[in-house]
Ligand binder design. Structure first.
Ligand SMILES: NC(=O)c1ccc[n+]([C@@H]2O[C@H](COP(=O)([O-])OP(=O)(O)OC[C@H]3O[C@@H](n4cnc5c(N)ncnc54)[C@H](OP(=O)(O)O)[C@@H]3O)[C@@H](O)[C@H]2O)c1
Length: 289
């Protein structure tokens, strides 16, 4: 068993519930900060830790969930697809995505969820009060995050959803997740869109000036969202803002995918503003490192 999991289980008492994020690596994860702030605020007997798990120990973590007070699991890279195969049942969304980012332990066994897409929808509402009904959307990218938000947007009465990606085959399979409204997009779809979302990783590196799409296709009648939250403002988002475009970063999606998980595990309403403040303070601290 992974030493850190052994330590966690040893430290826990019968009245304390445990949650963890598993991945490789996980030392960058904000999840412990977010969830522990929520547990503390509500005075819940829960503790959340990062668990860096080698692939060979993955099965054991899931077995421990069945027999210990490890009751909540967040799953991050590179194990989201493997987790979908290790749980007893997936929600319809996790099943169609083939990816699990949250596991609950229930009387019916281990259930795999994917809270990224619904987290994104809640973030849009929270940040921008954006009504998706009959809106034209462009998603840039076709990786795990793009798939999750495309599936969620496909359930949201948008009029069209065009996916644009460097690798065409992935654009096609991602667009399929939106159902009838989904298609593979062209650059010209961008200026026609009401909402443009960057779900590529372009702009994540501090010195990256690569844009996920040409900035001259963006205009002030649009809402522009970048799923990246580190840095808080990517060069692309800054350039859009300079054109007078309404923009939002990925902090709220990070927040709401976590609040969804928090409620699934504890049954409690997540203290949204407390958890948001925890993220902002931690990101601020990291920006000075
Ligand atoms: N706010 C949140 O809660 C949240 C949650 C999840 C992810 N994210 C962010 O979303 C971004 C994507 O994450 P992910 O998990 O989906 O990653 P991923 O699965 O690795 O997908 C990466 C995407 O970026 C594209 N890409 C990468 N390098 C590129 C380049 N040089 N030129 C053009 N396209 C490029 C890839 O295109 P190809 O398919 O052609 O390789 C793919 O579409 C990350 O920045 C991550 O931080 C945020």
């Amino acid at each position: 068993m992974a030493d850190n999991l052994k330590d966690l289980l040893k430290r826990s008492t019968s009245s304390q519930m445990l949650a963890a994020v598993i991945g490789f690596p996980v030392n960058h994860s904000l999840s412990p900060t977010i969830h522990n702030a929520g547990f503390k605020h509500l005075d819940l007997q829960w503790d959340y830790i990062p668990l860096e798990v080698e692939e060979r120990d993955l099965e054991e973590v899931f077995e421990q969930m069945r027999s210990s007070n490890l009751k909540g699991l967040s799953v991050t890279m590179p194990y989201k697809a493997k987790a979908a195969m290790m749980v007893d049942e997936c929600t319809p969304t996790a099943k169609v995505l083939g990816a699990v980012n949250c596991v609950t332990s229930t009387d019916q066994g281990l259930i795999g969820h994917n809270t990224d897409g619904d987290g994104f929808l809640k973030a849009l509402k929270h940040d921008a009060g954006f009504d998706l009904k009959q809106k034209r959307v462009v998603v840039l990218g076709a990786g795990g995050a793009a798939k999750a938000i495309t599936e969620a947007l496909g359930r949201s009465e948008v009029s069209s959803l065009a996916v644009i990606n460097r690798t065409q085959a992935k654009a096609e399979s991602t667009a399929d997740l939106a159902g009838d409204v989904g298609s593979v997009g062209e650059l010209e779809d961008i200026s026609e869109a009401d909402l443009v979302v960057n779900a590529t990783s372009l702009g994540m590196k501090d010195n990256s000036t690569d844009f996920p799409c040409p900035i001259d296709l963006i205009h002030s009648d649009q809402l522009v969202v970048d799923l990246i939250y580190h840095p808080l403002k990517t060069p692309w988002l800054s350039a859009a803002e300079q054109k007078g475009v309404r923009t939002h970063n990925g902090v709220s999606m990070l927040l709401f995918q976590a609040t969804e998980a928090f409620t699934l595990w504890t049954g409690e309403q997540a203290p949204v503003s407390i958890m948001l403040r925890a993220i902002e303070e931690e990101l601020e601290r990291r920006s000075h490192k």
